[in-house]
Design a protein around this ligand. Structure first.
Ligand code: PA5
Length: 446
């Protein structure tokens, strides 16, 4: 089970820059209101809390078929439709393509150089393509789908359709229409599920199955967190304590930057995924917490100086790994040299843990608030727990701020603007946008 260590957020540990128990207690009513909304699923979008209990047999069937027919698997999607799948893959199958098959690519950013490189590797007759788009209308995903469909159809003719799997809304959107017209295989992203909360839907599960990840364990971890975090008592509910602390650090202490710092390469993508959740869900009505992805120990060598001596605006959240499952001993050599003799005989996990603990101590001694999510090990069960915990906490803190953690009006606006910019209708908004761009287009030639 994950554990949350939060003493270093409190005044007892870090002095006046810490929070008092009384301040936390003062949130009791608001937490109760949040609890009520969550338990009674008062928002349709809270359906993400139930995803881990869905039947996954159709996902497993399609995955088995992909594995038996494909050397390459390409996921096309962006935002929540790519970041969630990437988190699971990178956490649980690091360096997958060097070790296993089918080779997996997640193409999200419509950078032509990236797609060109992928196309130069894959062989259409041995490739399966999973288009992941909840809305079915996102420009980046549609464009990459159009490119892939065109290539695959040219190479394979009618058989191309068999190589596409569309994960989208069960009934709505343009991709669903194409599923109906072209007979593509499809998997639903259920109604009410918002992109960034979709990791436990077919968006994240199909790729996991294809990569050989134990989705039963992943979902079991997620379910156990829901179970663990359904107590109403503030002090007994880790998601409520986590959210309350970060909320108070923002409104009482002006600490509006949350650094997410796992000490594991495999969780780097999780820190980025957290940033999407936090930014897109909370940045509303003048509120919001700026998430800041980080990686230990790497960023101790680039960011720590700023955290210790820069503006007093951050809270650091460490993810501590209890057991790395594999380890490498630092050999007993060069022992006549002082620094080498200190390292010799320890393991790399001893070193990474020592680095983390040293950072925690240095921050706490300098009265910089920080807390630690303890993850016993990086396996499917605990990754499921971590992701579900962070999703739930996002909703709780959103409710504390009084914002809707499920919408993203400005992202939608950005999506429309892409189409406007490319519109062939000269009377559309494109003209206005271009006019503004021209005004800004005063520049120095370098
Ligand atoms: O969280 C969100 O809603 C967004 O990040 C979406 O996931 C992203 O914009 C992609 O949308 P869609 O899955 O509809 O293509």
């Amino acid at each position: 089970m994950l554990e949350l260590y939060f003493a270093n957020m409190l005044e007892e540990a870090i002095g006046e820059k810490g929070l008092s128990l009384l301040q936390i207690e003062s949130l009791r009513d608001n937490i109760e209101k949040a609890h009520e909304q969550i338990i009674k699923r008062k928002w349709q979008e809270l359906a993400f809390l139930d995803l881990a209990a869905y039947d996954t047999s159709s996902i497993k069937e399609i995955a088995a078929e992909v594995i038996s027919t494909s050397d390459y698997f390409l996921l096309l999607g962006i935002g929540g439709s790519a970041m969630g799948p990437r988190v699971i893959l990178e956490a649980l199958k690091p360096l997958h393509n060097y070790i296993s098959s089918p080779k997996i690519f997640i193409y999200d950013n419509i950078d032509p150089r990236t797609l060109n490189a992928i196309l130069s590797i894959i062989d259409a007759s041995k490739t399966s393509v999973n288009v992941v788009t909840k809305s079915g209308t996102t420009a980046e995903t549609l464009a990459s789908f159009m490119v892939l469909w065109n290539k695959m159809e040219k190479a394979l003719g009618k058989d191309a359709a068999k190589r596409f799997i569309i994960s989208t809304s069960p009934a709505k959107g343009m991709m669903r229409e194409l599923v109906n017209e072209y007979g593509f295989k499809s998997l639903p992203i259920p109604d009410g599920i918002v992109g960034r909360y979709s990791v436990f839907s077919s968006a994240g599960l199909l790729i996991s199955e294809i990569a050989g990840i134990n989705t039963t364990e992943l979902l079991s971890g997620a379910r156990d967190i829901i179970q663990r975090c359904q107590v109403s008592e503030l002090w007994e509910n880790p998601a409520y304590v986590f959210s309350a602390l970060l909320y108070l650090m923002s409104v009482k202490e002006g600490r509006n930057i949350n650094v997410m710092m796992p000490y594991a390469d495999g969780l780097k993508a999780a820190a980025e995924w957290f940033c999407q959740l936090w930014a897109e869900s909370l940045g509303k009505l003048g509120f919001g917490l700026t998430p800041y992805p980080s990686l230990g120990t790497t960023d101790q060598h680039s960011q720590l100086q700023l955290w210790l001596e820069g503006p007093e605006d951050k809270v650091v959240i460490f993810i501590h790994i209890g057991d790395y499952a594999v380890d490498i001993k630092i050999p007993n050599i060069f022992e006549e040299k002082e620094r080498c003799s200190c390292l010799a005989g320890n393991s790399l996990s001893d070193l990474i843990k020592a680095a983390e603990e040293a950072t925690e101590v240095v921050l706490s001694e300098a009265s910089k608030p920080n807390m630690t999510l303890y993850m016993p090990t990086i396996d499917a069960y605990h990754v499921g727990q971590l992701l579900q915990f962070l999703e739930l906490s996002t909703v709780v803190i959103g409710f504390l701020f009084g914002v809707n953690p499920f919408n993203q009006p400005w992202i939608e606006k950005g999506k429309e603007n892409i189409f406007a910019m490319l519109s062939k209708d000269e009377f559309c908004q494109k003209k206005e946008l271009l006019k503004r761009l021209r005004l800004d287009n005063v520049c120095w030639r370098l």
